[in-house]
Write a protein that binds this ligand. Structure first.
Ligand SMILES: Cc1cc2nc3c(=O)[nH]c(=O)nc-3n(C[C@H](O)[C@H](O)[C@H](O)COP(=O)(O)OP(=O)(O)OC[C@H]3O[C@@H](n4cnc5c(N)ncnc54)[C@H](O)[C@@H]3O)c2cc1C
Length: 444
């Protein structure tokens, strides 16, 4: 999911007036959301569940503790253990391992970091991810994918056609109408260099790899408090961990843990999937020709075909007060996604929509992730991937592990240059301005 310049402009304007903390002064600060039920995404329901990990009980001491058991946290633990096999490394996950955005995303993989012109570092990051899948024998339907970037307005289409991205091939309206059975768009570009993956299989592979290198994994163990110090202390309902080094791999949930409250915020998403389509339907609707489609709008929309043959739409819902990662109106989200789906592909009205799921991503206003030390020298972050976290999350996790273990890698220098963030306006302004703005910008 990409933040847009318009959205950034709105936020930056409000930032000038920001009074962070006004709302929390009025209504009280809100802490970690634990015990909230998380329904499964389609991806997770398509595969056997991974063996459960224990809940943290009692007092522990480790060299490195990672908060958050998604792909970022698990890969950071994996690489730290590979670089320092003598270290004890633990991952603490508040829910089931991989139950956050890592198993709820659209599965698009690309050699790119938002806002980074350098092409070499992202390319090395993609190679590292591929090597990881190969070495750990992770079967996750990883494959190159023909991809469209779609333009809804004639103006944006004309602009894109006039200055195409390197290697892109222009697809005019008539060809889209015929090939993809849609007249919603004024044109599209076929983009090279994209891959797709089955997210739940990938995250299960991360769990398997972490177990193989003997990372200690704990589930249903929300860290409610991080006590600064050397070692730092992480407090969960069942026990505590003292750790020389800590990594926050808590994605959108980070502000509720009390970190980076003015640097990042959660943005909610909803994805709706059709029933399994037959081979004839897939080719009839042009889905084999273009299985992955990004819409170039202010709040972007993604369409993708899953390896099991379901077409999905992924939309942005917006911001929920006090950095909440829970979206209360799931019925409304489903109705909106259905409407947007049918608007783009009228034939969808005759195809059952079977499964929808909610997800949340950590966003920053500069559309850059946050990495490196955030409190003292021993508490690091690897968060805020702005909806592009499969490759950058994995690679940044590796680079974080390098920094913490003292392993030299030239790419760690990129992490430092990306730490400066634009402050996000306080809760009052987010609710007053951002929420309605995001609603108004929804491309229905
Ligand atoms: C709908 C959607 C579509 C997306 N599409 C794409 C895409 O196509 N391509 C792409 O590259 N990226 C995509 N992304 C983004 C990508 O999924 C994320 O950037 C990536 O999964 C982040 O991984 P993570 O491990 O950092 O976060 P998560 O998977 O969210 O993991 C964070 C974990 O931390 C845990 N946690 C939080 N707080 C605590 C605490 N206090 N104590 C213990 N544990 C805690 C959470 O429970 C969670 O499991 C998408 C995201 C969404 C939601």
């Amino acid at each position: 999911m990409l933040s847009s310049p318009v959205l950034l402009g709105i936020c930056a304007g409000a930032g000038a007036l920001a009074a962070p903390g006004v709302a929390s002064m009025l209504f009280g600060a809100k802490g970690v959301e634990s015990g909230e039920p998380r329904t499964e995404a389609l991806w997770t329901s398509e595969m056997p569940s991974t063996a459960p990990a224990p809940r943290l009980e009692g007092e522990h001491k480790v060299d490195l503790a990672i908060i958050g058991g998604g792909c970022t946290g698990l890969s950071c633990a994996y690489y730290a253990k590979k670089l320092r096999p003598d270290w004890s490394v633990a991952v603490l996950e508040s829910n089931r391992l991989g139950s956050g955005a890592s198993s709820r995303n659209s599965g698009a993989v690309y050699a790119r970091y938002w806002g980074l012109d350098n092409e070499e570092m992202p390319r090395r990051g993609l190679e590292r991810l591929v090597r990881f899948m190969e070495e750990e024998e992770i079967e996750c339907d990883f494959r190159p994918s023909p991809t469209l970037e779609l333009y809804a307005s004639r103006r944006s289409a004309r602009k894109a056609e006039a200055s195409p991205e390197a290697g892109a091939k222009w697809v005019p309206t008539e060809e889209l109408r015929e090939g993809a059975l849609t007249d919603h768009y004024a044109g599209a570009a076929e983009l090279p260099g994209y891959y797709t993956v089955h997210p739940a299989k990938l995250v299960a592979g991360h769990v398997k790899a972490a177990r193989r290198v003997e990372v200690e994994l704990y589930e249903n163990s929300p860290v409610m408090q991080v006590k600064r110090g050397n070692p730092a202390e992480l407090v969960t309902p069942g026990g505590s961990v003292r750790a020389d080094h800590v990594v926050l791999a808590t994605n959108a949930y980070t502000p509720r843990l009390g970190f980076l409250k003015t640097a990042m915020m959660p943005v909610h998403q909803y994805t709706f999937a059709t029933r399994k389509l037959s081979g004839a339907e897939i080719s009839g609707y042009g889905l084999d020709r273009w299985p992955l489609r990004f819409e170039r709008t202010v709040l972007p929309v993604t369409n993708f075909l899953t390896p099991s043959g379901r077409l999905c739409i992924r939309i942005v819902l917006g911001y929920a007060s006090f950095n909440s990662c829970v979206w209360r109106d799931i019925g409304g989200a489903r109705d909106l996604a259905k409407r947007m789906f049918e608007q783009r592909y009228p034939w969808i009205a005759d195809v059952a929509l079977e499964q929808g799921w909610h997800g949340v991503t950590g966003h920053t206003l500069r559309v850059r992730e946050i990495t490196g030390p955030v409190m003292g020298e021993n508490i690091h972050a690897a968060v805020g991937f702005n909806g592009l976290g499969i490759m950058p999350g994995h690679n940044t996790a590796y680079l974080s592990a390098c920094r913490i273990t003292g392993h030299p890698d030239e790419d760690t220098r990129y992490m430092l240059g990306r730490r400066v963030q634009i402050p996000i306006p306080g809760e009052y302004y987010r609710s007053m301005l951002l929420k309605p703005a995001m609603k108004a910008l929804t491309p229905v």
